[in-house]
Design a protein around this ligand. Structure first.
Ligand code: HEC
Ligand code: HEC
Length: 343
């Protein structure tokens, strides 16, 4: 029972298993709760999140996930209109972890992690750990959306609304829909085991009540540095022609992954766009024919600007900020595209 005493101070989310000996001397698995990073943060004197949810409602969280994945609920008693005829949230956002370290947001590490785990390499930030963030649509998104995101920058529920209506080119959500998505986010919040802490820091996080004020303050700072509280987002111009290497020295193998897991994740079946791309010579030649220019068919241009919605045409391509795809990665992509075009 002693072990459980260590945990009773915290409110708990998630489960993990440890081995324990039963009466027969055999090992069997018991489930033990994990510690919510946010609860530890609060017990160390951290500031309360604007969007705090005290306790997950698992049913709401389930509805939230369904809205995120399929854009609507189709139950007898709980029906909703499709959020967007063009996109679902997961066209642009992954749901899972995207970095080995929760405090990393370098596009090179993001790509390495995606390759290791065969993840889509998408233009928007993952929903993993989003409950623990304090700012949204950071840096240059104000240039694209202006006043629309003023409120959203500090509010997770507002960000959900902005994205449903503007990023996903859809509609304003009902209150219960936002709440359901918020409960999904809460259900997938970070635990202290998700971030890189030393054994000593973990021990202290579990024994918060035994720390003095100074130790608490120190641990709070370390804890808040151990994950991303707001993802950077810097727009870039299309690379000027004289700087482009058109794939020279690039890694075509990596480029192939980017083409498949970034571009084709939207362009393969033509579901979200009229432009159907494939791993064939024809698609590749289109890019090669336009690579020197600044048209929307030049990879250098389209990746950095995306396209905008227009009256009567709501599909658009979100740009990749420098923080989501770097210039080396674009060169790798070009290396692969040129190889494909010459086949
Ligand atoms: C067409 C692409 C696209 C779709 C579809 C989309 N989003 Fe987004 N979303 C973005 C982009 C781009 C951002 C900008 C910030 C970032 O995530 O990098 C963003 C940001 C957000 C943010 C703030 C994230 C942060 O950390 O800054 C939330 C919350 C969000 N979206 C929720 C949703 C929800 C919920 C849906 C589905 C109803 C959705 N999004 C659909 C592209 C999209
Ligand atoms: C989140 C989904 C998504 C991803 C990821 C994506 N695209 Fe797109 N792309 C679109 C949509 C939607 C359009 C159509 C815009 C329109 O209809 O005007 C588009 C349009 C384009 C166009 C045509 C522009 C024009 O007007 O002729 C090109 C070229 C293109 N994308 C290339 C790429 C490349 C290269 C990648 C990978 C680096 C990529 N796309 C990744 C959604 C995406």
């Amino acid at each position: 029972m002693k072990l459980f005493g260590v945990f009773f101070l915290f409110s708990l989310v998630g489960l993990f298993s440890v081995q324990s000996k039963d009466e027969d001397g055999e090992y069997k698995k018991i489930e033990m709760p994990l510690t919510s990073l946010d609860d530890v943060r609060l017990s160390l004197g951290g500031e309360k999140l604007n969007h705090t949810i005290e306790k997950v409602d698992p049913l709401k969280a389930k509805y939230g996930l369904e809205l995120i994945r399929s854009g609507q609920l189709k139950r007898k008693l709980l029906k909703s209109k499709i959020i967007s005829p063009y996109f679902v949230c997961t066209d642009c956002h992954n749901l899972g972890r995207e970095f080995e370290n929760a405090n990393d947001q370098d596009p090179a590490s993001r790509l390495a992690y995606a390759q290791k785990n065969n993840l889509a390499f998408l233009p928007a930030s993952t929903f993993w750990g989003i409950y623990n963030r304090t700012s949204f649509y950071n840096d240059d998104y104000i240039k694209k959306y202006g006043d629309i995101i003023t409120k959203a920058k500090k509010s997770l529920p507002e960000s959900i609304q902005v994205c449903a209506k503007y990023c996903a080119a859809g509609r304003t959500l009902k209150d219960w829909e936002v709440e359901a998505i918020m409960h999904y986010f809460k259900a997938t919040e970070l635990s202290i085991m998700d971030v890189n802490l030393t054994n000593n820091q973990i021990k202290n996080a579990r024994l918060v009540n035994q720390l003095d004020a100074e130790e608490k303050a120190k641990l709070l700072i370390e804890l808040e540095k151990s994950y991303v509280q707001g993802y950077s987002a810097h727009f870039d111009e299309a690379m000027p022609r004289e700087k482009r290497k058109y794939g020279e020295g690039g890694n075509a193998e990596t480029g192939k992954f980017i083409y498949n897991n970034a571009c084709l994740s939207c362009h393969k079946d033509g579901r979200v766009t009229f432009l159907k791309l494939d791993s064939d010579k024809l698609s590749a030649q289109m890019f090669v024919n336009h690579m020197e220019g600044y048209s929307d068919k030049s990879a250098y241009q389209i990746i950095r600007y995306g396209t905008y919605t227009m009256a009567g045409r709501n599909q658009y391509m979100p740009r990749y900020t420098k923080d989501k795809m770097n210039d080396v990665q674009i060169n790798d992509l070009m290396a692969y595209i040129r190889q494909l075009a010459e086949k």
